[in-house]
Design a protein around this ligand. Structure first.
Ligand SMILES: *[C@@H]1O[C@H](CO)[C@@H](O)[C@H](O)[C@H]1NC(C)=O
Ligand SMILES: *[C@@H]1O[C@H](CO)[C@@H](O)[C@H](O)[C@H]1NC(C)=O
Ligand SMILES: *[C@@H]1O[C@H](CO)[C@@H](O)[C@H](O)[C@H]1NC(C)=O
Ligand SMILES: *[C@@H]1O[C@H](CO)[C@@H](O)[C@H](O)[C@H]1NC(C)=O
Ligand SMILES: *[C@@H]1O[C@H](CO)[C@@H](O)[C@H](O)[C@H]1NC(C)=O
Ligand SMILES: *[C@@H]1O[C@H](CO)[C@@H](O)[C@H](O)[C@H]1NC(C)=O
Ligand SMILES: *[C@@H]1O[C@H](CO)[C@@H](O)[C@H](O)[C@H]1NC(C)=O
Ligand SMILES: *[C@@H]1O[C@H](CO)[C@@H](O)[C@H](O)[C@H]1NC(C)=O
Length: 836
C-alpha cells in the first residue's frame, strides 16, 4: 500500500486525469458530525468532530473540509485512525515549513488553510483510510467575541458535504452578569429548519441546539444532495448592572469587560477624506455617495463635520469644519452628489489636509475622528509608503484616531492598517459588493456615538496587562482588558477606570478580594482569553515596529503561541499523518491573500494539454518523459472559490488583449519566445490614429504624425481629456474612459518582459480579448478533485501552480489547470491577431 501511495503522489501533478477518478462521496459515509461551542466571558472554544467510514473494501483518501471564522486561532487538530491518534503540532512558521520541505521531495499538498470571503477561512486536509475502516477528525479553534453595535455574534459554519445521520450543533453560553438578548440568525435559521433548533436560557446560562434530521438536511432552502451548507449565527448580549462593567478572575488571571451605555453623547468633530480617483469609477463611487448621504443625515446637530475629496489634487468642501445644522447638511449633500471619479491618488496630501482641519478645530468636550476611504495605492504626490506613515503620524500626534477603510481588493491593506494602528484607529476592508454602502454605514455607526475619551484602565495588583489606554470609547462597543493577578500577599484587587465624558472627568472603581470565592468555579479559559488578547494586540504592534523592537515582540508572540498552541501568522501547525503519507502544514492566511504554495512545491509547471505536448509512456510509470513546447501560463480569477483557474498558451503568439469598440480603444500583445517570459511588445490603440507602443526598452507615443519615446526608468504623469498616464517604478498606469490597465515591466530569472493587468473592466457591450473575461464561476464536481463544472460543462482539470504576475511580489499560487477552450469559452484562434 505504501509503495502505491508514493507513486501516486509523485505523478499527481502530471497525470491526474489519467489516474482513476477519485472516489465519490457514496464510497465514504460521514456517519457523525458534531460542532460543540462553549462560550464563557465572551471567549468561544469550538470543536468540530467528523466521523467517517470507508465503505469500500479498498483503502482510499478521505477528506475533512470545514470553514472557521477568520478572527479565530486554530488551537488543535487531531485525527484518529484505527485507535491511533495523530495530533497536529504547532511550531514556528519557518521551522514547520522546513520540516515539511524535508519530508516532501515532490507533491503538492500545501495551502490547507485558505481565506474565503469576508469572514471565513477554510481548513482542508485528507488522509488515506484502510478498507472498511473509520477515521475521526477533530478541529478546535478559539476566539474572543467582539461587541459591535451592542451585540456579540458567534458564527458557526456547517457544511459536512453530505447529509449526516447524527448531525448536531451544540452551543453553551455561560456569562456571569447574565445573558440578555439571545437570537439565532444566519442562513440555517429558516422556517424549514425551525423545529430542529431549540434554545433554553437561565439567568446566567444559555443553550442552543440544532439537530436537523437527515431528511431535513437535504430538503431545506440552502441544502441539497450534499446536505447542509450555511451559517448559524448566535447573537447575544449580557446584562450590565454596574457602570464599571464585569470584572472576573480565576486561577490568577482576570478579565475586565467595560461597556457603559448610560453616559451622554460627546459631540464629534469628524472629517471624511474620500478617494475619487479614476479607480473608484462606477459602482464604487455611487455606493460611496449613497453611504455619505445617509451618514450626513445621521450626524447630530451639535456635531461638526468636514468633507475632503481627493485624486491627484485635494478638494476640501469647506476650509473649516461646520456645524451639522440643516443648512450646512443640505449644502454638503449637494457636494456629495457631485463627487466624480477622476485622476490619480494622493493619499498623503489628502490625509494631511484632513488632519490640519481637525487640528484647527480641537475643543474640549468634543471627540475628533478622521475617516479615510480609499480603493487604491498612493500613486501621486508622496508615494513612498514609509514617508506617508511618518508624515501622518507626526501630524496627528495621537490627538485623535484615524480610521482607514480600504475599498475592494486592489488596496494595499497592510499599508492602510498600519497607518490606522499607528494613530489609535483600525483598518477595515469594505468588500466590493452590492452591500458596500451598508458596510460603510455600518462602520460609521460603530464610531458614531463617542461616550468617553482618554480612557485609562488601572489595576492595582495586576501584571502583564493587555492594552489599558484607549483614546475613545463608543456606545455599543466594549473595552476588554485582561491580565495576571500578582500574589504579593495583597488581599484585594482593585480596578479603576479614569476617563473624560461629555462635561467632566469620570472615575469608576471596584475592589474584589483576591481570595477565590468558594462558589466561583475555576475557569482556565480566562488564562487562554488573556493569551489570545495579548497575542492579537502584539500582532498589531509588531506591524508598527522595525529592527530589534520588532524581533523582541515577535519572540514574545512566538513564546505565547507555542505555549497555548495558537496557529497565527507567526506559527504553523504540522498536521502529522500515518507513516507513508506526507505531513501538511497549516498556515494562517493574511487578510486578502490568495492561497500560495511554497516554492518547493511549485515544480509542476506544465501539464497534459495534448495540443501542445506529446507523451511517451514507458512501462515503468515513474520514468515518464514528456516533451513540451514552451507555454505561458495565465491566471483567471474565480468567483467565490479558493483556487483560480489557469490555462496555457504557446509562446510567440500575438494576442488580442482587450477590445472596447464603444470607446474606440484596443490593446494587443505579442508573447515572448521562451516559457515564462510574458509579452515582448504591447500596443495600445485609441482614437483611431493614436497608439502607444510598449516594449522591454521603453514606451513610444504616436499621435498619428510624430512619435515620442520614453525609457521605463522615467516618471510620467499626464492627464489629458479622458486619458491619464502615470509611469512610476516601471509600471505604467493607463486610465482611458472606464478602462484602467497597468502595464508592468518585469525582470525575472534573466528574462525581461511585459505583463498587463486589468484594474478596471470597461463597461458596455461587445468587449472582447483574453483580458475581457470576467472572473469565472465554477463548481467542484462533487467527490472528485479533478473535475470542475464551468458554464454547465464538466471539464477535467489538474492542480498546478504558477506565479501571479498581477502583483509585484509575484507570489506562486495554486490553480486548477483548465483547457483554454473552457477557461476562455472560445478557441485560441478567437484571441489571436495578425497584426499588433
Ligand atoms: C461540549 O464541550 C464541553 C467542553 O469540552 C463539554 O463539557 C460538553 O460535554 C460538550 N458537549 C457536547 C454536547 O458534546
Ligand atoms: C471486494 O468486494 C468485491 C465485491 O463485494 C469482491 O468481489 C472482492 O473480492 C472484494 N475484494 C477484496 C480484496 O476483498
Ligand atoms: C447607548 O446605547 C444604549 C443601548 O442601545 C441606548 O439605550 C443609549 O441611549 C445609547 N446612548 C446614547 C448616548 O446614544
Ligand atoms: C508576567 O510578568 C512578569 C514580570 O512582571 C514576568 O516575569 C513574567 O514572565 C510575565 N509572564 C508572562 C507570561 O509574560
Ligand atoms: C496611559 O495614559 C497615561 C496618561 O496619559 C500615561 O501616563 C500612561 O503612561 C499611559 N500608559 C501606557 C501604557 O501607554
Ligand atoms: C519548470 O520545469 C523545469 C523542468 O522540470 C524546471 O527546470 C524549471 O525550473 C521549472 N520552472 C519553474 C518556474 O518552476
Ligand atoms: C509634429 O512635430 C512637428 C515638429 O516638431 C510639429 O510642428 C507638429 O505640430 C507635430 N505634430 C503633432 C500632431 O504633434
Ligand atoms: C454588439 O455586437 C452585435 C453583433 O455583432 C451588434 O449587433 C451590436 O450592435 C453590437 N453592440 C454595440 C454596442 O456595438
Amino acid at each position: 500500500m505504501m509503495g502505491g501511495a508514493a507513486v501516486r503522489v509523485g505523478l499527481l501533478g502530471l497525470l491526474l486525469p489519467c489516474v482513476a477518478t477519485a472516489p465519490t462521496n457514496k464510497d465514504w459515509d460521514i456517519y457523525s458530525f458534531h460542532i460543540n461551542s462553549t462560550v464563557t466571558s465572551r471567549y468561544a472554544t469550538t470543536v468540530i468532530t467528523s466521523r467517517v467510514a470507508n465503505r469500500i473494501n479498498q483503502s482510499q483518501e478521505i477528506e475533512f473540509h470545514v470553514k472557521i471564522p477568520k478572527n479565530a486561532f486554530i488551537s488543535k487538530f487531531r485525527m484518529t485512525i484505527e485507535g491511533k491518534t495523530y495530533d497536529g503540532v504547532v511550531k514556528q512558521k519557518e521551522e514547520a515549513q522546513q520540516q515539511y520541505t524535508q519530508a516532501v521531495s515532490r507533491g503538492q499538498s500545501a495551502g490547507i488553510v485558505s481565506s474565503v470571503g469576508r469572514t471565513l477561512e477554510e481548513f482542508k486536509t485528507s488522509v488515506t483510510v484502510a478498507a472498511l475502516s473509520k477515521v475521526t477528525f477533530e478541529l478546535t479553534y478559539e476566539e474572543l467575541l467582539k461587541r459591535r453595535l451592542g451585540k456579540y455574534e458567534l458564527l458557526i459554519h456547517a457544511r459536512p458535504m453530505q447529509p449526516v445521520a447524527d448531525f448536531k450543533i451544540d452551543v453553551y453560553i455561560k456569562e456571569y452578569p447574565g445573558v440578555n438578548i439571545l437570537e439565532i440568525k444566519g442562513g440555517l435559521s429558516t422556517k424549514e429548519l425551525a423545529n430542529a433548533i431549540s434554545k433554553t436560557q437561565t439567568s446566567t446560562e444559555a443553550w442552543v441546539h440544532f439537530y436537523p434530521s437527515k431528511a431535513q438536511q437535504s430538503q431545506c432552502d440552502s441544502c441539497g444532495e450534499e446536505g447542509l451548507n450555511g451559517d448559524l449565527v448566535i447573537v447575544y448580549d449580557v446584562h450590565r448592572k454596574k457602570s464599571i462593567g464585569d470584572l472576573k478572575k480565576s486561577d490568577g488571571y482576570f478579565v475586565h469587560h467595560f461597556a457603559p451605555s448610560d453616559l451622554p453623547r460627546i459631540p464629534k468633530n469628524v472629517v471624511f477624506v474620500i478617494d475619487q480617483s479614476g479607480s473608484m469609477y462606477g459602482r464604487k463611487i455611487q455606493q460611496t455617495r449613497e453611504a455619505l448621504l445617509k451618514i450626513l443625515g445621521d450626524l447630530a446637530e451639535d456635531d461638526h463635520f468636514g468633507l475632503i475629496t481627493f485624486d491627484s489634487s485635494v478638494f476640501p468642501w469647506k476650509e473649516e469644519l461646520l456645524l451639522a445644522n440643516q443648512k450646512n447638511l443640505e449644502a454638503a449633500k449637494m457636494f456629495v452628489q457631485n463627487i466624480r471619479d477622476r485622476g490619480a491618488t494622493d493619499i498623503n496630501a489628502a490625509v494631511l489636509r484632513g488632519t490640519d482641519m481637525l487640528n484647527r478645530h480641537l475643543r474640549e468636550g468634543t471627540a475628533s475622528l478622521l475617516i479615510l476611504l480609499t480603493d487604491g495605492d498612493p500613486t501621486t504626490g508622496e508615494t513612498n509608503l514609509e514617508n506617508i506613515h511618518k508624515n501622518i503620524k507626526e501630524a496627528i500626534d495621537k490627538k485623535f484616531p484615524l480610521y482607514c477603510l480600504g475599498f475592494g481588493m486592489d488596496v494595499n491593506f497592510e499599508f492602510l492598517e498600519k497607518m490606522a494602528l499607528e494613530n489609535n484607529g483600525v483598518g477595515r476592508r469594505i468588500y466590493e459588493d452590492s452591500d458596500a454602502a451598508l458596510q460603510l454605514q455600518g462602520f460609521y455607526e460603530e464610531v458614531a456615538t463617542p461616550l468617553l475619551t482618554d480612557v485609562q484602565m488601572v489595576y492595582l495588583g495586576g501584571a502583564n496587562l493587555t492594552q489599558t489606554n484607549f483614546s475613545q470609547y463608543y456606545n455599543g462597543s466594549e473595552i476588554v482588558v485582561a491580565g495576571q493577578i500578582t500574589d504579593n500577599n495583597i488581599e484585594e484587587f482593585t480596578a479603576e477606570v479614569i476617563a473624560i465624558s461629555k462635561s467632566n472627568k469620570v472615575t469608576y472603581s471596584e475592589t474584589i478580594p483576591t481570595e477565590e470565592p468558594i462558589t466561583a468555579r475555576s475557569d482556565s479559559n480566562l488564562q487562554r482569553l488573556w493569551a489570545y488578547l495579548t497575542v492579537k494586540q502584539l500582532l498589531d504592534k509588531e506591524v508598527q515596529l522595525s529592527g530589534n523592537e520588532k524581533e523582541t515582540v515577535k519572540k514574545k508572540i512566538l513564546d505565547l503561541c507555542l505555549k497555548y498552541g495558537f496557529v497565527t501568522p507567526l506559527t504553523s501547525m504540522v498536521v502529522t499523518k500515518p507513516q507513508g503519507e506526507e505531513s501538511q502544514v497549516a498556515h494562517k492566511p493574511k487578510e486578502g491573500e490568495t492561497p500560495t504554495e511554497s516554492k518547493q512545491n511549485a515544480q509542476i509547471n506544465f501539464s497534459q494539454h495534448t495540443d501542445y505536448m506529446d507523451y511517451d509512456f514507458p512501462h515503468n510509470p515513474t520514468e515518464i518523459t514528456i516533451k513540451v513546447s514552451p507555454l505561458i501560463r495565465f491566471l483567471l480569477p474565480a468567483e467565490g472559490q479558493a483556487l483560480p483557474l489557469c490555462y496555457d498558451i504557446p509562446v510567440g503568439l500575438s494576442l488580442r488583449l482587450l477590445k472596447d469598440p464603444n470607446n474606440d480603444c484596443s490593446m494587443n500583445g505579442q508573447l515572448g519566445q521562451s516559457d515564462n517570459a510574458g509579452y515582448q511588445k504591447i500596443v495600445l490603440h485609441y482614437r483611431s490614429d493614436q497608439h502607444i507602443d510598449f516594449d522591454t526598452t521603453g514606451i513610444t507615443f504616436n499621435n498619428g504624425q510624430n512619435a515620442t519615446y520614453f525609457s521605463w526608468s522615467v516618471n510620467i504623469n499626464i492627464e489629458k481629456d479622458s486619458v491619464s498616464l502615470i509611469l512610476r517604478d516601471k509600471e505604467m498606469d493607463v486610465t482611458m474612459g472606464s478602462t484602467r490597465v497597468i502595464i508592468m515591466l518585469y525582470e525575472r530569472d534573466g528574462k525581461v518582459f511585459l505583463w498587463p493587468v486589468l484594474r478596471q473592466r470597461p463597461t458596455g457591450d461587445n468587449i472582447s480579448g483574453i483580458m475581457a473575461r470576467p472572473p469565472v464561476v465554477y463548481e467542484e464536481v462533487q467527490g472528485t478533485t479533478i473535475k470542475l463544472k464551468i458554464q454547465d460543462k464538466e471539464v477535467d482539470v489538474s492542480r498546478a501552480s504558477t506565479v501571479d504576475l498581477s502583483v509585484r511580489s509575484a507570489p506562486t499560487v495554486t490553480c486548477w489547470l483548465t483547457p483554454l477552450q473552457s477557461a476562455l469559452q472560445g478557441e485560441l484562434a478567437d484571441f489571436t491577431v495578425s497584426q499588433l
